[in-house]
Design a protein around this ligand. Structure first.
Ligand code: UDP
Ligand code: MG
Length: 333
């Protein structure tokens, strides 16, 4: 009995510290939304894996969220999973958009911190280290923004994004840096707060600012896509921009009221002129101005109604309480 207890002590001395270290390891979850990224799956996995070989003090998981890809993205992910560790996947029934994909990943991720990045390698995996370092320094949100426009952003997209951030900053209360990216680390408390918002079509760049917490911005230089093509066409970008602005501000509604007021006032001024010209028998010359006025106010009415309609539509969609995404299959249980 003496020998067994001695043995027991030895066993404990070896196993318990190891287990404790294992359970004390902090865990980092990496979310990669993917839409038709078949060329990039294995490559980005290898890069991230190599990165974590140098960060052995962390446990990590990588979650691919297949946002309704129509190429071989999903089968390649499954193939990579059979050969490598640390990987999970969620696959949507159709395309629900990148932010919804991120939301699905946040819902399943179990890390103490969560990194979101693009899967096309425009967000260089080696920059992960700095995110983790700053998170360890106590920042609860650390995100990268484009330091300068470079050859990898076209003139149109440069103009688009400049204009978008200008408008966004003027008419909403969240101020976004020009070139703010979706490459970021979030503490698990921030993730909890974001998941609690239950917002339809979340715009995370704005929502993350909105929830607060200690935030740090770091500059980076995006590089060229590794494989495939960008899936954002101008039409989609306009839709996203309108969604982001109307999600964060009701100022356009106020604007509608002001514009309506100014032009009603102008038209009131116009009435005495119309009466005066009638009295002076020059009324027939007014035909042009009538047409112009009708056309102008008709357009104005449509614009104001359109703005109101946008918000009404949002309320309508949200009131239906539809899920933000539908999962077809996943290896989470
Ligand atoms: N993406 C997605 N759903 C979409 C559009 C894009 O999951 O509806 C993913 C895409 O696979 C990539 C990331 O979001 O990992 C960034 O997309 P992309 O490179 O097309 O955007 P860009 O770099 O041109 O802004
Ligand atoms: Mg890209």
């Amino acid at each position: 009995s003496l020998t067994t207890s001695k043995l027991n002590i030895k066993w404990r001395n070896i196993v318990v510290p190891k287990l404790t270290i294992f359970f004390m390891l902090k865990k980092i979850s990496i979310l990669l939304p993917v839409l038709n990224e078949q060329e990039n799956i294995l490559f980005i996995y290898n890069k991230i894996n190599a990165n974590f070989e140098q960060l052995s003090q962390y446990e990590w998981e990588l979650i691919f969220i297949d946002d309704g890809s129509s190429d071989n993205t999903l089968s390649i992910i499954k193939d990579v999973i059979t050969k490598h560790q640390h990987i999970s996947y969620i696959s949507f029934s159709r395309n629900f958009g990148k932010d919804n994909a991120l939301m699905a990943g946040m819902d399943k991720a179990t890390g103490d911190a969560l990194i979101t990045m693009d899967a096309d390698l425009q967000h260089c995996p080696s920059l992960i280290n700095e995110l983790i370092k700053q998170w360890e320094n106590g920042w609860e949100v650390v995100y990268y923004y484009r330091k300068s426009d470079n050859v990898y952003s076209s003139l149109i997209s440069k103009l688009n994004s400049k204009l978008f951030y200008k408008v966004m900053n003027i008419i909403t209360n969240v101020s976004l840096e020009n070139g703010i990216s979706d490459f970021r680390i979030l503490d698990k408390n921030v993730v909890k707060a974001l998941l609690n918002l239950k917002e339809d079509n979340p715009f995370f760049r704005g929502l993350i600012k909105w929830v607060g917490f200690k935030q740090l911005a770091l500059p980076y230089n995006p590089v060229q896509r590794y494989g495939g093509r960008s899936s954002y066409k101008p039409k989609v970008l306009v839709k996203l921009a309108i969604n982001s602005i109307t999600s964060f501000s009701t100022k356009p509604l106020t604007l509608a009221i002001y514009i309506g007021f100014v032009f009603s006032f102008l038209s009131v001024l116009y009435i005495p002129y119309a009466i005066f010209s009638k009295m002076c028998h020059i009324a027939i010359s007014g035909w042009t101005s009538i047409i112009v006025t009708i056309a102008f106010f008709g357009g104005l009415n449509l614009m104001v109604m359109g703005i109101i309609g946008l918000y009404l539509g949002k309320t309508f969609m949200q009131s239906k309480g539809r899920p933000s995404y539908i999962i077809r299959e996943t290896n989470f249980n």
